[in-house]
Design a protein around this ligand. Structure first.
Ligand SMILES: Nc1ncnc2c1ncn2[C@@H]1O[C@H](COP(=O)(O)OP(=O)(O)OP(=O)(O)O)[C@@H](O)[C@H]1O
Ligand SMILES: [Mg+2]
Length: 321
């Protein structure tokens, strides 16, 4: 058995060196987003009726699941639903104009209108803060209509409740939940590089891992846990409808014939995998089969070089213990 050739500790080291965003870099990126948030709060102090209500770090930097290759900082911006246009193209331009007003020290060219968000560029660091509008009508748990970054549709959800949901899973599996998310995201990133048709959204990866961990799958030995994750995908092939009972009764979930069903933990009428086709699903299942086979082969390989070669099928050549 070649558990000794590539061990849990080797995967931990690989993750530290190649996969995870370094703690200091994460702190710096978060600070950049927080400075914007504080400046908006300052502006709101003087203009209490301003239509931008709140900015909130969302995405992987907020969840502690960011990869080294992180490209931008995700921020949700709550905008007053009563005053903002609801047509996305108009909403984006409207948001950009309000951001120009609230942040007068930014040059106009630093505020860029994208299809479904507004990007703020920091010249000094080259970082981009991606500001996603959320139409908000005053819900105390900050539920609102998030503009989907995939197709511009509105998704009724709550980013703070998502953060809380992930926080609970991290607490139940200290270090390991976030690390497994990052490892699987890294794996998915390699598959995307190989095949531009491959899609596997980070939030979906987090929800599948939450589903497995909630059901008792142990995450504390990474070779085992990765094998369990890929085996689940390969054998279940998205037959299971994934739901969570934190914020709703799963019995009340919508029924749909969509090929993949992963209900948003805060709204079980929002299928997070709604846009995934049969082809998208089959590509994930196929890639999971390959990864599961490679890990099994690695666990039974007899030499170190053979073991490493199998693991590299999963994590690429940068895994080199
Ligand atoms: N379809 C969706 N339904 C509800 N909320 C969503 C959906 N897509 C994204 N979100 C919200 O946006 C956040 C960011 O999601 P996403 O997983 O796409 O990016 P990320 O965690 O920043 O990962 P990456 O490292 O790939 O950027 C999620 O945590 C969730 O709060
Ligand atoms: Mg992100």
């Amino acid at each position: 058995m070649s558990r000794d050739h590539v061990t849990h500790a080797d995967i931990v080291r690989f993750a530290d060196e190649r996969v995870n965003l370094k703690r200091d870099d994460a702190t710096e990126l978060r600070a950049q987003a927080n400075r914007l948030r504080e400046r908006l709060e300052g502006y709101l102090g003087e203009h209490p009726d301003f239509e931008l209500r709140k900015m909130l770090l969302s995405g992987s930097l907020a969840k502690g699941t960011a990869l080294k290759t992180i490209s931008d900082i995700d921020v949700g911006c709550y905008v007053s639903s009563a005053s903002a246009p609801h047509k996305v193209s108009e909403l984006i331009d409207w948001l950009a104009k309000r951001l120009e007003k609230a942040f007068p020290n930014l040059k106009p060219e630093q505020i860029k209108r994208k299809t479904y968000s507004v990007a703020v560029n920091f010249i000094a660091t080259g970082n981009e803060v991606d500001i996603v509008p959320i139409l908000y009508a005053g819900d105390p748990q900050w539920r609102g209509d998030l503009i989907s970054q995939e197709d511009g549709s509105t998704l009724m959800t709550s980013v703070p409740m998502h953060l809380d949901f992930i926080r609970k899973r991290k607490a139940a599996n200290d270090k390991h939940f976030a690390q497994m998310v990052r490892l699987v995201k890294f794996w998915a990133g390699l598959r995307k590089q190989e095949n531009t048709d491959f899609r596997f959204k980070s939030f979906m990866i987090e929800l599948i891992l939450a589903h497995l961990a909630d059901g008792g799958t142990s995450l504390n030995d990474y070779p085992e846990a990765l094998s369990a994750f890929f085996t689940f995908l390969a054998t279940d092939a998205f037959a299971t409808t994934i739901t969570f009972s934190d914020y709703y009764d799963p019995e009340t979930c919508g029924k749909t014939t969509e090929p993949m069903r992963i209900w948003d933990p805060v709204n079980c009428e929002n299928n997070v995998s709604r846009l995934y086709t049969l082809q998208n699903r089959d590509k994930i299942v196929e890639a999971a089969l390959d990864a599961g086979d490679a890990i099994d082969a690695a666990l039974y390989a007899t030499t170190k070089s053979e073991t490493v070669r199998y693991w590299q099928k999963v994590f690429g050549p940068s895994l080199n213990p």
